[in-house]
Design a protein. Structure first.
Length: 70
């Protein structure tokens, strides 16, 4: 299955889950494929946050970068 990862403000990227070394891909695996850390982003499916260790069950996710400042 191919998943579209929409990183807001940076564009979309395609990830082929079948090319990953794991048998059940997680959202953290998707983030690794697009060079992002789960500590700096939130992953949304249908506008709702999902846990990074949850299995990918959709073909489109949205990624929002978290902003930290002071």
């Amino acid at each position: 299955m191919r998943v579209t990862v929409d990183v807001k403000g940076e564009g979309e990227r395609e990830v082929d889950l079948e090319a990953l070394p794991t048998t059940e891909a997680t959202y953290e695996d998707l983030l690794t494929e697009v060079d992002l850390s789960p500590h700096e982003v939130s992953v949304l499916v249908d506008g709702r946050p999902v846990p990074e260790d949850g299995p990918v069950e959709t073909d489109h996710v949205t990624v929002l970068r978290l902003i930290k400042g002071g």
